[in-house]
Design a protein around this ligand. Structure first.
Ligand code: NAD
Ligand code: ZN
Ligand code: ZN
Length: 345
């Protein structure tokens, strides 16, 4: 039966923070102006979806909602008005689901900080369902000829770390620490290698460090076994020029300062709902820059997808079905996922 006939579809719904998602039928939405209805083919499962389920952050979604912001799918219906995508095009939703387009942030290349932005799978229903809406002005354009399961993680993990690496201002030949080799981190290793950076991978799980080595990391440090600050200072003879933290534990954020070189830049992507201690003296005396980085703009997305389409990035993806989402979240809580898990519909 087609969607139009059935008018409902299966989705994983967060009904209450801290509880399992419920896979159930929900009503098919109608695309409004600037919107398209998309039949979802694949969707990555990001740790942000788990934070959303747990209600971890000060800015919260409103249950019931459908998580998922790494969805790849086919446009099946367009809302009223003009669009620059057409029925049959393959597009993606993203965390930056839409923005106002006119505020100070939108018009100065910082649209991810638009105060009126909508977030995919958070303030707008996302890709943990057989259908989703996208804003056709903001939806990612998926390049031709790519594997849709592998493309999904680029839509959040990929664009986020790609942007963060640019924000680190590290230059080819310089050292880059990637702390946390999960969904984001294992892709960050690959973008960093493609950019000519010398990668040092830090995690607390041996399997993840092995994956980082296979992906081109020059050194690996198990932060559970040794002090990562001392180890990185030793390998780099004075600290890493850039440090990118994707880890989901506060400890990694304080350790980032110890791993940085004087004058270096530390970029935070990870979003554990906590705080970390930092020495003011250390930051001032060593001239460190600490910078938060939130996903990426539409232009960053185009560039990140281009690296992927040219074969420079190959996410490690395990396939699952919509019914497996609760199990995947449990494995994610326990740090048991290699790379990314993605739903195939
Ligand atoms: P993930 O669960 O796939 O990976 C997290 C990794 O952190 C795991 O490999 C784990 O072993 C590692 N880790 C845990 N404790 C550590 C420690 N003390 N030191 C080093 N590594 C440690 O999660 P993910 O999907 O990669 O997301 C990571 C974080 O990034 C989440 O908090 C997520 O919400 C956030 N995120 C931020 C943005 C952004 O725009 N800033 C975008 C996407 C995700
Ligand atoms: Zn994400
Ligand atoms: Zn705006």
């Amino acid at each position: 039966m087609s969607a139009a006939e059935s008018q409902t579809f299966n989705a994983a719904v967060v009904e209450k923070f801290g509880q399992e998602v419920t896979v159930k039928e929900i009503d098919l939405p109608q695309p409004g102006p600037n919107q398209a209805l998309v039949k979802v083919l694949t969707s990555g499962i990001c740790h942000t979806d788990l934070h959303a389920l747990e209600g971890d952050w000060p800015v919260k979604p409103e249950p019931p909602f459908v998580p998922g912001h790494e969805g790849v799918g086919e446009v099946v219906e367009l809302g009223p008005g003009e669009h620059d995508v057409k029925v049959g095009d393959i597009v993606g939703n993203a965390w930056l689901w839409s923005a106002c387009g006119t505020c100070e942030f939108c018009i100065t290349g910082r649209e991810t900080h638009c105060p009126d932005a909508e977030y995919g799978g958070y303030t707008q229903n996302g890709s943990f369902g057989e259908y989703m809406l996208v804003d056709t002005r903001y939806a990612a354009r998926i390049p031709e000829g790519v594997d849709y399961l592998e493309a999904a993680p680029i839509l959040c993990a990929g664009v986020t770390v790609y942007k963060a690496l640019k924000q680190s201002e590290a230059r080819p030949g310089q050292f880059m620490v990637i702390s946390g080799i999960g969904g984001l981190g294992h892709i960050a290793v690959q973008y960093a290698v493609a950019m000519g950076l010398r990668v040092i991978a830090v995690d607390i799980a041996t399997e993840k460090l092995d994956l980082a080595s296979r992906l081109g990391a020059e050194y690996t440090v198990n932060a559970g076994d040794e002090d990562p600050g001392s180890a990185v200072q030793k390998y780099t003879e004075g600290g890493s020029h850039g440090v990118l933290v994707t880890a989901v534990h506060e400890a990694a954020f304080g350790q980032a300062l110890d791993m940085a070189r004087s004058g270096g830049t530390i970029v935070f992507n990870g979003l554990p709902p906590g705080e970390f201690p930092a020495s003011v003296f250390d930051i001032v005396f060593r001239g460190l820059t600490i910078r938060g980085s939130l996903v990426g703009t539409r232009q960053d997305m185009t560039e990140a997808l281009d690296f992927f389409a040219r074969g420079l990035i190959k996410p490690t993806v395990t396939e699952c079905s919509l019914d497996d989402v609760n199990d995947v979240f449990e494995r994610m809580r326990n740090g048991q996922i290699d790379g990314r898990v993605a739903i195939r519909y």
